[in-house]
Design a protein around this ligand. Structure first.
Ligand code: DQA
Length: 140
């Protein structure tokens, strides 16, 4: 199975950024652990701070991946374009968030991604990504 994790803006700063909310680990370090844990999965990773690049990556995933794990970060709450892209592609997308967005500010309660997503995993810290990968293995 081929899966890609796509991370949106500011997630390149994981480990340094608001550690009380997002933890102390960098995504690169965590990604190595994920690759080891899910050795049977061909796992790729892409991060961009630019909305259009994230949309391009979703389009390029058609025919390339069996599934996408998308943390659109702040664009989750603002981007009609990303939400439309999720609906436009025939690759299943699981939306993930590290923090529990529903226990935070009201503007984080709205997601433009969720309506097109296969499922949504929120609030388990970095483990949200593990759960998303496992969900594809259990129910491709
Ligand atoms: C986030 C939650 C978003 O509200 C926030 O803008 C992020 C990260 C999360 O993973 O908890 O950048 O998507």
């Amino acid at each position: 199975m081929k899966l890609i994790i796509i991370n949106g803006p500011n997630l390149n700063l994981l480990g340094k950024r608001e550690p009380e909310t997002y933890g102390h680990r960098s995504f690169d370090e965590y990604f190595s652990e994920l690759q080891f844990k899910f050795r049977n999965v061909e796992l790729s990773y892409y991060q961009s701070n630019i909305e259009g690049e994230l949309i391009d990556k979703l389009h390029e995933s058609i025919g390339e991946f069996d599934g996408i794990i998308l943390n659109a970060a702040a664009y989750t709450h603002t981007s009609v374009g990303l939400g439309d892209a999720v609906k436009a592609i025939n690759v299943p997308v699981v939306e993930v968030h590290i923090s529990n967005t529903f226990s935070r500010e009201d503007f984080r309660h709205k997601s433009y991604i969720s309506p097109g997503a296969k499922g949504v995993i929120i609030g388990f810290g970095l483990q949200s990504y593990d759960i998303a990968i496992q969900s594809f293995l259990d129910k491709p």
